[in-house]
Design a protein around this ligand. Structure first.
Ligand code: 5IU
Length: 276
């Protein structure tokens, strides 16, 4: 076995001081306070239903992930309520927008339009494919608001082109941009290979494609267990969608399932710390 990445041997609480970005600090603070590395992805098409799911899972999560363009009835009232819940139930909002255009266009997509993502979402993400201008464009809008950005270094889906040299160059791009706005990666592995917390460099790795029951879906999604993701791959946050909001059995079942994933994710984190 290769040696564990040094970042994975540090408690979340000890990593707070390695970040200046307010969203990165808040994520780590919440994770430590609520004992959770679970993010729930609420991919339902009704805003009212999404808020119901959020109320059920809120106590168990550090983050709620949205796709705001999925909602049939998106409105400013929805995001106001989501922001209110994020304060009441203590979680961060992550709009999984996957920006992928030139800097000028993404700055408009982030600030304007129907969704005005930067006004309510603490965290968002971007494909590095357009080059570093995408980070600059999003930073002009998000950084003054204390928002954070993740770069998509890898994807969970079968046949993804975000592998090898592409993934490595994504990390290099983030490093060059600095950690004022870019706080980590969506990835399947510890893509911040030689980052050393001893030298003050810390990145958050968040992994979708997590499930305790299914191994995948019919459209290329691939699932790993929380243990595989947190211990073997060294990711910091597990992102679960259908495994939680799609569980049969009504409101209580969704709440219980979120709690089950929280416990699994946290046990795995404690086990990874104990490897020292
Ligand atoms: N998502 C992935 N894989 C990725 C990226 C994002 O699944 O590589 I980047 C999103 C898609 C969906 C959620 O919103 O994470 C996973 O949902 P399920 O747990 O329902 O598969």
């Amino acid at each position: 076995m290769t040696a564990p990445h040094p970042t994975t041997l540090l408690p979340y609480a000890e990593r707070i001081k390695l970040h200046s970005n307010p969203t990165a600090r808040r994520i780590l603070e919440i994770m430590d306070r609520k004992k959770t590395n679970l993010a729930v992805s609420v991919d339902v098409t009704s805003a009212a239903e999404a808020l119901e799911v959020v109320k059920r899972v809120g106590a168990s999560v550090c983050m709620v992930k949205t796709h705001c363009d999925i909602f049939e009835d998106f409105s400013p009232a929805f995001t106001e309520e989501l922001v209110r819940l994020s304060k009441e139930l203590d979680f961060v909002i992550f709009e999984d927008r996957k920006f992928a255009d030139i800097g000028n266009t993404v700055s408009l997509q982030y600030s304007s339009g129907v969704h005005k993502i930067a006004s309510w979402s603490d965290l968002t993400n971007a494909h590095p494919v357009p080059g570093p201008g995408i980070i600059k464009g999003l930073a002009t809008v998000g950084q003054p608001l204390g928002r954070g950005l993740l770069l998509l270094a890898e994807m969970s889906s079968a046949g993804s082109l975000a592998v090898g040299g592409y993934t490595e160059q994504t990390f290099d791009m983030a490093r060059k941009a600095g950690r004022d706005f870019v706080i980590g990666f969506i990835a399947q592995n510890r893509v911040d290979k030689d980052a050393s917390p001893e030298k003050g460099e810390d990145w958050l790795i968040m992994s979708p494609g997590v499930g305790l029951a299914a191994k995948g879906d019919s459209l290329g999604q691939q699932y790993r267990t929380p243990r595989e993701v947190v211990i073997e791959a060294g990711a910091d946050v597990i992102i679960v969608g259908r495994g939680i909001y799609g569980v049969q059995g009504g409101e209580q079942a969704v709440k219980d399932e979120a709690e089950r994933y929280r416990v699994e994710g946290w046990k795995a984190y404690e086990e990874r710390l104990a490897r020292k």
